[in-house]
Ligand binder design. Structure first.
Ligand code: ATP
Ligand code: MG
Length: 155
């Protein structure tokens, strides 16, 4: 799926510079300074750069375990973990679709979002099944065929 050279390119561009974007990379998100920066490589692999926490390591190991479980209509993508200069870069396939927030029209900052997640995709039941506790609607991509793919297994 991914490769060490691309993990290095992603890692070396924490600020989404023009150089990297003009060479076919896309910048998916970066929330706050020091939080994960996320890129899509020219070959459609997602690279998540984690410069201060154990999140990438935890997610990679969770993905190995959880992908052995089967829940109808749900999917856990495979991941790879690259070490670059003592930090970790998590690779996973780019999932086509829209977030569950968009699919179901859930506003993540609404006080009713949890209730809606419960009603629309049985959030707590799925969390119990996979032993997760942050299955909000932006951690799920709904594929065009309706499969719900959990793209963030972080706690
Ligand atoms: N593999 C993927 N395929 C498609 N889109 C993705 C993928 N991974 C992440 N995204 C998109 O990027 C957004 C952020 O990803 P992710 O949840 O991993 O980041 P985060 O910064 O750890 O978020 P948070 O800590 O708020 O849960 C997701 O909501 C989703 O829209
Ligand atoms: Mg997330």
């Amino acid at each position: 799926m991914g490769c060490e050279e691309d993990a290095r390119i992603a890692f070396s561009n924490p600020m989404a510079s023009w150089d990297v974007l003009s060479s076919g990379w896309r910048h998916l998100s970066s929330k706050f300074v020091n939080e994960r920066t996320i890129y899509i490589s020219p070959s459609d692999v997602v690279y998540k750069i984690d410069s201060w926490s154990q999140q990438n390591w935890n997610e990679h190991h969770a993905s190995i375990e959880l992908s052995k479980l089967h829940l109808d209509g749900w999917e856990i993508p495979p991941t790879e973990l690259y070490k670059v200069e003592m930090e970790s870069v998590l690779a996973m396939p780019f999932i086509e679709g829209v977030t569950a927030a968009v699919y179901y029209g859930i506003d993540p900052i609404s006080p009713y979002s949890m209730e809606m997640e419960e009603r629309l995709y049985n959030r707590s039941e799925v969390e119990r099944f996979f032993d997760l506790d942050d299955l909000h609607a932006e951690n799920i991509i709904v594929r065009p065929d309706g499969t719900h793919v959990i793209i963030d297994l972080g706690l």
